[in-house]
Design a protein around this ligand. Structure first.
Ligand SMILES: [Zn+2]
Length: 347
């Protein structure tokens, strides 16, 4: 069958295999026929050879961690043939650590977890794949065109859950949210903020293209003028760029008792002249919390599936800016202007 593969650590080894083996039964009881996979920056880093680990004993890694497919068979009876499903990306470490032992593999302590399409497990960019039922998340049938958005939505569902858990340390009635970065993660973080009835502001550099309209369509306000011109102190910040100077700016911008959630991965190595003492004073005197958030566990995937089911279908569709058939896979992995989310279609 067809599969999009790379050889980890070998830049530009991306290829479309025609003879990739069928998924072995020990991969999971649920056999799924792929509809599509979403593409993100992690895929490009893996293609560039910075990242990625093949399954034990294999030299190639199948890409794809943002999945969508249809169940072909599930002998356990949890799912029915034809059900629309996405596969959970991360699997618990074999030890397991205290977090993985209770299904919180997103909080794995020892780093020995595995991830489809990233670390030690074949990805979902292949015609058929298998997972066990607890790693298959069912989506409403109406989400067949946009269900690949479930994985990035699970990441922001976790971020929001942790924001709210931190907020519950005291009486907390947040009103305003600032999201920095209007890529897929930022836009989905803004969607979940709007679903909570909060006043949402999104900051991004773009002045043209689809981002300003996508933000306004949510009922949120779009800013491209820089953080200094915002004129308010947000109760919650979701930082989705990883841009070092912006990360520091949002920490200083948060309101008293404010919570800053960092979701962007920076490359590192760039030094900034910065008054760390002033930042420390601000954080202490305002009871602020800054925390990082990555990945998602099964609970977050289920929350994300409900959030997508409640969202405006047309808005979700417009997040998918390009659909590329699998034969043209190299185009799909090459960024294009005004890309929000690119999807590789197998069906
Ligand atoms: Zn673990």
């Amino acid at each position: 069958m067809r599969a999009v593969t790379i050889t980890p650590g070998v830049p530009n080894s991306l290829r479309l295999a025609d003879d990739y083996p069928e998924p072995p039964i020990d991969e999971g009881a649920v056999l799924v026929e792929a509809i599509s996979v979403g593409i993100c920056g992690t895929d490009r880093e893996i293609i560039d050879g910075h990242y990625g680990e093949a399954p034990a004993g294999a030299s190639e890694l199948v890409l794809g961690h943002e999945s969508l497919g249809r169940v072909l068979e599930d002998p356990t009876g949890s799912l029915r043939p034809g059900d629309l499903v996405a596969g959970v990306v991360r699997h618990p470490d074999p030890m397991p650590c205290p977090n993985c032992a209770v299904g919180e593999w997103d909080m794995c302590r020892n780093g020995q977890y595995t991830e489809h399409g990233i670390k030690g497990l074949a990805g979902f960019a292949r015609q058929r794949w298998r997972v066990d039922p607890e790693f298959a998340v069912r989506l409403e049938p109406a989400l067949a065109d946009v269900g690949t958005l479930l994985e990035p939505t699970s990441v922001v569902a976790k971020a929001w859950e942790h924001i709210e858990r931190i907020g519950s340390r005291s009486v907390w009635l947040p009103e305003t949210v600032l999201v920095t970065g209007a890529g897929p993660i930022g836009l989905l973080a803004a969607l979940l903020a709007c679903q909570r009835g909060l006043t949402v502001h999104v900051l991004d550099l773009a002045t043209t293209g689809p981002k300003p309209d996508l933000v306004r369509a949510l009922g949120a306000q779009y800013h491209s003028t820089g953080i200094a011109a915002l004129g308010f102190a947000p109760d919650v910040v979701l930082e989705c760029t990883g841009a070092p100077s912006l990360v520091l700016d949002v920490m200083c911008q948060a309101a008293p008792n404010g919570i800053v959630c960092l979701t962007g991965v920076s490359t590192g190595g760039r030094l900034i002249d910065f008054d760390a003492g002033a930042l420390n004073r601000d954080l202490v005197l305002e009871n602020n919390v800054v925390f990082g958030s990555v990945n998602a566990n099964r609970r977050h995937w289920d929350i994300a599936a409900s959030a997508l089911a409640r969202a405006d279908r047309e808005w979700l569709t417009s997040l998918i800016s390009r659909r590329v058939p699998v034969e043209a896979y190299t185009e799909a992995y090459t960024p294009a202007p005004d890309d929000i989310k690119t999807v590789l279609d197998f069906a």
